[in-house]
Each structure stands twice: as C-alpha cells, then as structure tokens.
Design a protein around this ligand. Sequence first.
Ligand code: FAD
Length: 404
Amino acid sequence: QGTVLIVGAGHAGFQVAASLRQHGYGDRICLINDEAHLPYQRPPLSKAYLKGEGRPDSLMFRPDKFYRDQNIELIADRAAEIDRASRRLSLASGASLDYGHLVLATGARNRLLDIPNANLEDVRYLRILDESEVLRKRIAPGQRVVVIGAGFIGLEFAATARIKGLEVDVAELASRVMARAVTAEISDYFQERHTAAGIRIHLGVQATSIEADGAKVTGVSLSDGRHIPADLVVVGVGVLPNVELAAEAGLPVASGIIVDEQLLTSDPNISAIGDCALFASPRFGGSLRLESVQNATDHARCVAARLTGDAKTYDGLPWFWSDQADDKLQIAGLTTGYDQVVVRGDRAQRSFSAFCYKSGQLVGIESVNRASDHVFGRKVLGMKRSITPEQAADLSFDLKASLT
Ligand code: FAD
C-alpha cells in the first residue's frame, strides 16, 4: 500500500494506526493530529474527568513512547487539501505528504447555537479536552448553569454539575430527554432521576437568546417567555460531521462522507471512518452515521484489516453507554424503528431494560444499571438471533442459557 496517512487522531484515527501495526503493517504510518495533545479518549470529558478525577495524562490512549516504539509518526498539523490525482495531502503548515492510502477520521464538531449573545465567553461547548478543562474549573458550588439540549452530553454535564453543587436548569426542544436516541421508558426514568436530584428540566422549549450584562452572561430566555438566570451556559445541541475536506476533493458526501460496506469512498485509495462516515450497512439495510466509540474503533479495525490483506464487509454491532450521576445506561443494537418495547426488571429498584422489537424481532436493548442484559444483548444481536417478547418480560427466563 505504501504510506498510510490518517487524518484525525481521535478514537478512529488512533485505532487504525495501532491496529495496522498489530496486523504487521510494515510501511510508513502518519497520524495527523490537529489537537495539542497526544490522542485521547473523549467519553470521560463529560464524566469522570469533568468531575475532577485524573489529570490529562489519564485520558491518553498511550504515552508518547508508544508512537516511537510502533514507528507511528504523529504529525501536529491540520490536513488542508487532498490532491487525489497525485495522491498528495497538503497540510495547513504548507508541508505536503504523499500517500498510498488515505484514511479520513475527521470526526465531528459541535453544532453552534445561533441566537443573540451565543458567542460570549460564558457560553461553552463540550467536545475536546481543552473545553472540558475550562468547564472543570468553572463548575463551582453556587454557580448557576443553564444547559441547552438534553441529549447524552447535556445530561451528563448537568448531572456532574449538580453533584458539584451548581444550580442546574436544562432546556430541551423535544418533549422528552434523549428523545432521538432512547425509548420513552428510558427518557422517563432519567427525567425523574435528574429532577429528584434537583435539576430543573424544561421540555418543549427553545432558547431564544442569551441575556448578558456586558460580556457577562446573566441568563437565558426561552420560547415560552420565561427567563432563567445563569452565570454559565453549556450547549449540547448535536454535532456536524467534518466532511469538508472530502467534499472539496470531489468525494461524495451527504450527512457524512459516503463509504461502501468496506468503508471505502468512491476513490479506492481513500477510506472514511468513525463519526464522519456515512456507511452502507447490510446488517441494517441502509446507510448509517453513528457517533460512538464502538463505531469508531470497529471501523478502524475493519480498515486496518483490509489494508493488511483481510478485506471484509463491516458488520460491527452498535453499542453505547452513558453515565449520568450514579446511573449507567447501556445500549446494544440500534433502538430505532421499533414497534414494541418490553420492560425487563424493576424500574423502582433502578435496574431494568427496555427490549425493543421490530416485527417480533429483537433489534436493541437499552439497560439501566443492568450490565448482564447489555452483555446478553451484544451477544444475541451479534449472533443475529432473538428471543420472544414474552421471554424478555419473564424474569425466570434465563437469558444466558438461551445463547447456548
Ligand atoms: P473524533 O474523536 O472527533 O476525532 C476526530 C479528530 O479529527 C479530532 O481530533 C479533530 O480535531 C480531528 N480533525 C478534524 N479535521 C481535521 C483535519 N482537517 N486535520 C487534522 N485533524 C482533523 N461515545 C460512546 O460510545 N460513549 C460515551 O460515553 C461517549 N461520551 C462522549 C462524551 C463526550 C463529551 C463526547 C464529545 C463524545 C462522547 N462519545 C461517546 C462519542 C465518541 O467520543 C465519538 O463517537 C468518538 O470520539 C468518534 O471518534 P472519531 O475518531 O470518529 O472522531
């Protein structure tokens, strides 16, 4: 293949480089990193790290010695332009690199809020280590924060801020929390838990402007006419995939960089993986773009295998987790497009799962503090098998034994 250039040193980019060497790839590997840190894990940024646990080092996938030992060139720069005809990548610094294969692992960036005063210092986002670092310092008891968006990141931040003693309000446009991602059963549970912890959740409202006194934020105005006082605003209204580099090179993009079932773009010398990739999925019979560690790392492994002679269709089973205060949500499979939800376990005991069915076939399981159901879900769905809704509801039905 020659030189493999990887653009983006997040979960996907790091894993391609590491897996290529694991598979014995002997040629040059360059990992282009536009963040001023060694490649690091993102999930703790809204969880343990935000809470104050650990130093930046604790987030790094590997120490710098790893890259030297593995002969992976970490290049601190930003990819600016792809010349596909001559297989050359130009960097923001003015340098350029030739490639045999190019892997786009550019991830996603925060969707920015477009309302008056949204550009003030007190209005923050959470995607990268530097942002978590700022917020970690700012979440002090007595401060008032308004979180805009009740998705995973908004709620994880809200829960942590509340534990830290802040006054927390969450404003969300949808009629329930995490509405795009989980069943109503799970939304209800988390809404109840956060409310019980003292977080005020406002549903069906839009933030219409940030109020400020000079440069200092004083509150947020909502579409229902209310005004919520705040010292800090944290925005979690979703992300946009970084597709521009690919699009400018003439590669097809839609809601992600379009790749086939082996994660190749229309150019046989360019792959795209992770949050930025819209991939063809035979398993789900359509195109998907997912935002999860599982998706990024499994994509990476699939591409590394292809580049070392073991090409196969990508068929990873999606799974995900979110920690909110002392509740752990885990999702196996894709819980969208279902027509029946069966609850297993006991919500009152804070241990239950929502088994989601489509035409009688299990498609996904959302579990709250019930790791064994999650593990079962990953296995049974990975094997493309199912159990009946009646079996799922019956606690005397042995999930583990049903797998043998
Ligand atoms: P990223 O990790 O975004 O990495 C892309 C990298 O490419 C970035 O460093 C970016 O700066 C860089 N880049 C972009 N353009 C260029 C360029 N032109 N040149 C050079 N570099 C470039 N997922 C879970 O499964 N569970 C969780 O609990 C969870 N929690 C999360 C919490 C937070 C706060 C966040 C932000 C995300 C969380 N996620 C979680 C999602 C998960 O982190 C992402 O799905 C994952 O990071 C995607 O990996 P990626 O490599 O595709 O993209």
